[in-house]
Design a protein. Structure first.
Length: 311
């Protein structure tokens, strides 16, 4: 009897082996296909980004065939009709506008992140978080329109001037990058282990001291990442800035002087130039500067994230 049962068991197992083998082979084939699809997609994206950088870089470097590099980077005279291409005012205004917008936005963003992460009740957080994320979906031209019709006239009345300049552009950018910094900072604070807060309170620290001296330093890598991402958006913003900055190719002496940044200079002049001319190549070189700045910010994010992982 046992031998008969063993034969039946062996026969059933022999019949099931090809089925399992075919199913396993099919799964391996699907896994290989999807793996190559993902690898191909990543390679295609990398090739596109690399091609853009190479094309913009090669076109921009042609500027130096007729313009001295020192003149382009350090001269303040931008007169294309006289073959003078000093882009220092654009670069300076871009960095100054970004810095001022971050100074305006970071305190509000960190305060909102702390409030939603540690103070606000759950029902309030569920309302405020979607409301904050809603700001990201508003088109930049709407921000520019509000700035041109509300902020610029208000600054003009206060200062007695026109109202255009870096200050209104920075205010608009601060509002635009606020949701990005706030959301990522809140996630960084909420991701901290609860034992940090409990230990601080157990040692006699107040709730404010715990948030200021324990939670914020512990969440510093995530907060720095949020700030850098906000800076990246501020540097690359065009339409809203174009509508409120004044667009005068000059070196600003104050925050309320009309000036031009890299993005608005490209948008304003690209349609007036012939492809391959020195003026056109200079605009491509400005675009290359924007790419280099953006890639540098991404590299900084990677370094900050890597250091936080090591800790």
């Amino acid at each position: 009897m046992n031998s008969v049962a063993d034969k039946l068991t062996n026969a059933k197992s022999d019949e099931s082996r090809p089925i399992v083998t075919k199913w396993t082979q099919g799964q391996h084939r699907q896994d290989n296909i999807m793996r190559w699809v993902f690898v191909g997609s990543a390679a295609l994206v990398s090739a596109i980004i690399f091609s853009i950088i190479v094309f913009v870089g090669m076109q921009g470097m042609k500027t130096f065939q007729g313009v001295n590099p020192l003149e382009f980077f350090f001269s303040t005279d931008w007169t294309p009709g006289q073959n003078r291409f000093g882009a220092f005012p654009f670069l300076y205004s871009t960095l100054l506008m970004t810095l001022v917008s971050v100074v305006f936005s970071v305190p509000l963003a960190l305060s909102g992140a702390l409030f939603m992460a540690k103070i606000a009740p759950k029902w309030m957080r569920e309302i405020m978080r979607p409301a904050t994320d809603l700001f990201v979906g508003i088109p930049s031209v709407v921000y520019g329109l509000i700035g041109m019709t509300v902020i610029v006239p208000a600054l003009g009345k206060i200062t007695g001037g026109v109202g255009y300049g870096i200050l209104p552009a920075s205010i608009i950018l601060a509002i635009m990058i606020l949701p990005t910094i706030l959301s990522i900072s809140e996630d960084a604070i909420r991701a901290l282990p609860s034992r940090l807060e409990e230990a601080s309170l157990a040692l006699g620290a107040t709730r404010w001291q715990t948030m200021w001296r324990v939670l914020l330093p512990a969440a510093r890598p995530g907060i720095l990442t949020a700030i850098i991402l906000g800076m990246g958006r501020a540097i690359g913003e065009t339409m809203a800035v174009f509508m409120v900055i004044g667009n005068s190719p000059q070196m600003p002496k104050s925050l309320l002087d009309s000036t031009t940044v890299l993005t608005t200079a490209i948008v304003k002049d690209m349609g007036n130039t012939n492809y391959g001319s020195t003026w056109n190549n200079a605009l491509y070189l400005m675009a290359l500067l924007l790419l280099v700045i953006s890639l540098s910010l991404i590299l900084i994010i990677r370094i900050v994230a890597k250091r936080s992982e090591l800790k």
